[in-house]
Design a protein. Structure first.
Length: 172
């Protein structure tokens, strides 16, 4: 559970991920190049940018997705956040973040990479940086009721075919 294990897990995930040619393939290559030059690039202390762990949380039947109205971003987005030095892998960080931010126990994580995104943001560092999100698909147990955390302005289930107009979430 070190910066090295997080870095290795991010590199392995991106190496195994085979998106179609186009923007996702280009982003994959850029993230791998970033990791090649940033041994501590999975930790928020890396000011130019850092890998973050995101969770696209689906209802047990897959018809809804849980989104947070993020106070800093001001839009509906997937759950997730910074990797911590105590996280063994980026996938473990995504599951931890999803559990903390949703209040839902027994979430089920699919271990392969669901997708990737890059966002300019002023995060908890207080300086402009870039979040390089590695996204994981997570499924909630039947009847799961989310509980909003202090990290969210609002938290709710949205039908996957009726997301808010300003939502910034990858749905496959």
């Amino acid at each position: 559970m070190t910066a090295e294990s997080l870095h290795a897990s991010a590199t392995e995930l991106l190496t195994a991920w085979k998106p179609d040619a186009g923007p996702e393939a280009s982003l994959r290559e850029a993230m791998l190049a970033f990791l090649g030059s940033a041994p501590r690039g999975c930790l928020r202390e890396h000011e130019p940018g850092h890998i973050t762990a995101s969770a696209v949380v689906f209802s047990s039947d897959g018809r809804e997705v849980l989104l947070t109205l993020h106070p800093r971003v001001g839009r509906w987005i997937q759950l997730g956040g910074h990797c911590e030095a105590t996280d063994a892998t980026v996938a473990a960080a995504a599951l931890r973040e999803a559990t903390e931010e949703s209040g839902i126990a027994e979430l089920r994580l699919e271990p392969e990479l669901y997708g990737a995104q890059a966002h300019p943001i002023t995060c908890s560092l207080g300086k402009p940086t870039r979040h390089l999100d590695l996204l994981f698909r997570i499924t909630a147990p039947p009847g799961a009721v989310p509980v909003r955390s202090a990290e969210s302005t609002d938290l709710r289930w949205w039908p996957v075919d009726a997301l808010p107009a300003d939502a910034d979430v990858l749905i496959r």
